[in-house]
Design a protein around this ligand. Sequence first.
Ligand SMILES: [Ca+2]
Length: 77
Amino acid sequence: MRLGGADTTYGATGWSTASAPFAVGTPDADGDGIGDVWSVQANGSVRFHPGSRTALTGNGGQMIGPNSHWKTRIAVG
Ligand SMILES: [Ca+2]
């Protein structure tokens, strides 16, 4: 991630490819002016992770539940 123009660690735990195989940063999606992250979890669910100026916290919010359709998708964004 880029914060203040430099690459830095933004979320250090829970982001292994085994637990969150796909993740993408996007422009602000919740209106707070800070870019956000969407992920597809290993169980196929899609989660929204509100961005922050310092670090991602928590597990984000589940936007789409796990089902066989999402398990076969290869990208989000
Ligand atoms: Ca945001």
